[in-house]
Design a protein around this ligand. Structure first.
Ligand code: BGC
Length: 745
């Protein structure tokens, strides 16, 4: 007889009030094989593995048998409703216990409607926007039967060589925390039991972005202080927002791969943070313990991964193949197995799967969501960062000028970004389409490719030069293709491919004003004619509404309001590059930038070409000095920091006022600046606004020498500024009150 989970749940709920269901009765009835099945996640063979390396695959018939035998907890990245419907039918009706499947997917930045890549969206500096796009993505993906997303990626990325920078929120801890929490709220909604919510996964735990040399999957070695201060806080923020799943990372930290790291998964995640959700292995990461050289074979890898605290094995099949024997031999205690199974069942229960396993699976495939197009356009507009606008070249008039749109990114392709597995049927709006639609006379636009992404085109340069000569202004669409960023897409050189640089030089040599439209998934090192163009817009991968959004900014229907979530270094050799670095003992004096025996390169200034936080609007914003409510911050008190910003320009603009602090003397080195707040203000021409931030000592803490959180009294600098590279600080004193112990000095 099949188990009736609903009845049991009702009984448990009646007897144990608010306590989560224990699933003891169900677990007691499960065979070890069925238990292990709840910990085994696979790609459906009928869909194949998309976006991942191929693995040994069972036949479709074998996978059906697995479903009937309860050997599978769910599928991931399976396209279409039909296969999910059929699989769920088998699991619920034909397996002994009828435990429903959970369908997962990489819903990273939209589903059918594609929103800007996460790094781009972080450039909006508007977490509420990310919450809205995650919500919309969840609505679309749940209509396709998915209730679990492998997002958000909350890895801090400070090395632009790492291709997966595109998937996160950039280099900064504070910004990263806000976006991590917002995306979780968006995916999970107010209650996971609602039909349009998805379980969110904070990934990749942990420090995946710290890979040596920016090489994907590479080793990581960092101090516990840096781990706790920089790489872990976005995870804490995601879980604090209710995130109920965590994915392990491929890398090792100081010799211990995450899948085999009980300190990370048990001591910190479950112990210190009280996480009671599920930990899923990244794709075959358990099996990779063998290649890491910490497991002798698959059985050993299974034991290490499971005992470290990884609940679910993704795609390798290792748990299915080896956990039963490990339990039989006593190497894996049954109680540990039951705990992991209970966590998975609870998640399925929270998602309402036991109550309504077919919910969301019975409709028709839907590939177009017109109601989300406006949000896609808004998100894309607000992700664009204007780095430069010399001589107020932008915005352009919609009439009167002849425009040449030149470059490999003028037309179709490379619009959606590297993690778009489920794009809708409607093609994305190209730059050409968007610009043409905005022009009063669309025939004034000429479009020439000029170059391939990394190879020259025969006759390309001369066609581009001719088009530029015949135009009044050039829009130069250059940068990276989708295949140049994302997983396994690390680059040693973050500048433009030579073919595109040659195109930029040839076009600039015509003397025509050039607006560079960068397509990119990471910070780039801009050179020559690209760097020197009078106007520069970072347009990332903006998704479904790319062309319209870029045109909205180009022609001034909206003022650009994005700010860089990653510093743009001057030279590729400066990476890893981030603004919040500790000072050295030999800083370069501002008054003598060329002095010797200082921490500087011989061939480049240290400063970023465009610092973190930088971005211009169409206004002309001036900052008053930061005004402090007091010069002393009492231990239990608050301090208000106010910036007065004025738009002296003639156009509406949106300013992102940023608050930074520096701890001048502490028991450990502290970053030269750290973001502690930001606020967007809309400023019509001539308008002023006062923006006030409140600081308490809790904003000033760090990880002390003993590895524990501490706050130390003393002098702090504080900036209210348009970027991490601008502004002059005020200062205040954090006063120690005698009854409070602070960390050792
Ligand atoms: C990636 C994950 C992703 C998983 C499933 C892995 O290669 O690292 O981010 O969620 O594949 O597609």
């Amino acid at each position: 007889m099949r188990f009736k989970p609903l009845a049991t749940l009702a009984l448990v709920a009646a007897s144990a009030a608010a306590a989560p269901p224990s699933f003891d009765t169900l677990i007691a009835r499960m065979t070890v094989e069925e238990k292990v099945g709840q910990l085994s996640l696979f790609a459906p063979v009928s869909a194949g593995t998309v976006g991942n390396p191929a693995t040994r695959q069972p036949s479709a018939a074998e996978q059906r048998d697995d479903l009937r035998a309860g050997r599978i907890t769910g599928f991931f990245n399976g396209q279409g409703l039909a296969i999910k419907r059929e699989a769920q039918r088998i699991a619920v009706n034909e397996s002994r216990l009828g435990i429903p499947l959970l369908f997962a997917a990489d819903v990273i930045h939209g589903f059918r409607t594609v929103f800007p890549v996460p790094l781009a969206e972080a450039a909006s500096w508007d977490p509420a926007l990310a919450e809205r796009t995650a919500r919309a993505a969840a609505v679309e993906a749940t209509a396709d039967g998915f209730r679990w997303t492998f997002a958000p990626m909350v890895d801090i990325a400070r090395d632009a060589r790492w291709g997966r920078s595109v998937e996160g929120s950039g280099e900064d801890v504070f910004l990263g925390r806000q976006f991590a929490a917002a995306r979780v709220r968006g995916f999970q909604g107010t209650d996971l039991a609602h039909a349009d919510t998805m379980l969110a996964t904070a990934k990749h735990f942990a420090a995946y972005g710290a890979a040596e040399g920016g090489l994907d999957y590479n080793t990581v070695d960092l101090s516990e202080r840096q781990l706790r201060e920089v790489y872990l806080p976005p995870f804490q923020a995601a879980l604090g927002a209710g995130g109920a799943a965590v994915m392990t990372s491929f890398n090792d930290i100081a010799g211990v791969p995450s899948n085999a790291n009980p300190w990370l998964l048990d001591t910190v995640l479950r112990g210190e943070w009280g996480f009671d959700g599920v930990v899923v292995s990244d794709y075959t990461a358990d099996e990779e313990l063998i290649a890491h050289g910490v497991a002798a074979d698959a059985r050993d890898a299974t034991r290490l991964s499971f005992l470290a605290g990884t609940d679910i094995s993704m795609q390798s099949g290792l748990y299915r193949d080896h956990l039963p024997a490990l339990v039989a031999s006593g190497e894996v205690p049954m109680v540990r197995l039951d705990d992991a199974v209970r966590r998975v069942l609870r998640i399925k229960q929270r998602l309402g799967l036991f109550d309504a396993p077919m919910r969301g699976l019975d409709g028709a495939d839907r590939t177009d969501w017109p109601e989300h197009r406006a949000l896609a356009r808004e998100a894309a507009q607000r992700s664009i960062v204007m780095l430069k606008n010399d001589g107020a070249l932008l915005p352009l008039p919609k009439a009167g000028q002849r425009i040449a749109l030149i470059g490999p990114f003028a037309g179709a392709g490379d619009l959606l970004g590297p993690w778009t597995l489920f794009p809708g049927a409607r093609p994305p709006v190209t730059l050409e389409d968007g610009v043409r639609a905005a022009l009063t006379d669309p025939s004034r636009l000429t479009v020439v490719r000029g170059s391939g992404i990394d190879t020259p085109l025969r006759g390309g340069l001369s066609a581009a030069v001719a088009a530029a000569r015949a135009a009044d202004v050039v829009l130069l669409a250059v940068g990276e293709g989708e295949a140049m960023s994302g997983e396994a897409r690390s680059r040693t050189d973050i500048s433009l491919p030579a073919a595109q640089q040659a195109l930029a030089e040839a076009v600039a040599a015509t003397g025509k004003p050039v607006v560079v439209l960068l397509r990119n998934g990471r910070a780039l090192a801009l050179k020559g004619a690209v760097r020197d163009a009078p106007a520069l817009l970072v347009t990332w991968f903006l998704g479904s509404e790319t062309g319209h959004a870029v045109a909205d900014v180009l022609f001034g229907d909206t003022s650009p309001s994005g700010r860089l979530p990653v510093s743009f270094p001057r030279e590729p050799g400066q990476v890893p590059y981030y603004y919040a670095h500790p000072p050295t003992g030999r800083p370069v004096p501002a008054s003598q930038p060329d002095s010797f025996y200082k921490a500087r390169y011989l061939d480049s200034p240290n400063e970023a070409l465009y610092p973190f936080g930088h971005g211009l609007g169409y206004g002309d914003v001036h900052y008053g000095p930061p005004v402090l409510s007091h010069t002393r911050l009492p231990w239990n008190g608050t301090l208000r920091v106010t910036a007065r910003v004025t738009n002296r320009g003639t156009r509406d603009t949106t300013e992102v006022v940023q608050l930074y602090v520096r701890d001048r003397v502490a028991s450990v080195t502290r970053p030269v600046r750290e973001l502690k707040g930001f606020r967007q203000v809309h400023l019509p021409p001539g308008a002023s606004e006062s923006v006030t931030f409140t600081l308490t000592r809790h904003d000033l803490g760090f990880v002390g020498r003993d590895g524990r959180p501490t706050v130390e009294p003393g002098d702090f600098d504080v900036w209210t500024a348009p970027s991490a590279g601008e502004g002059a600080p005020a200062s205040f004193l954090l006063e120690l009150s005698t009854q409070h112990h602070v960390g050792q000095r």
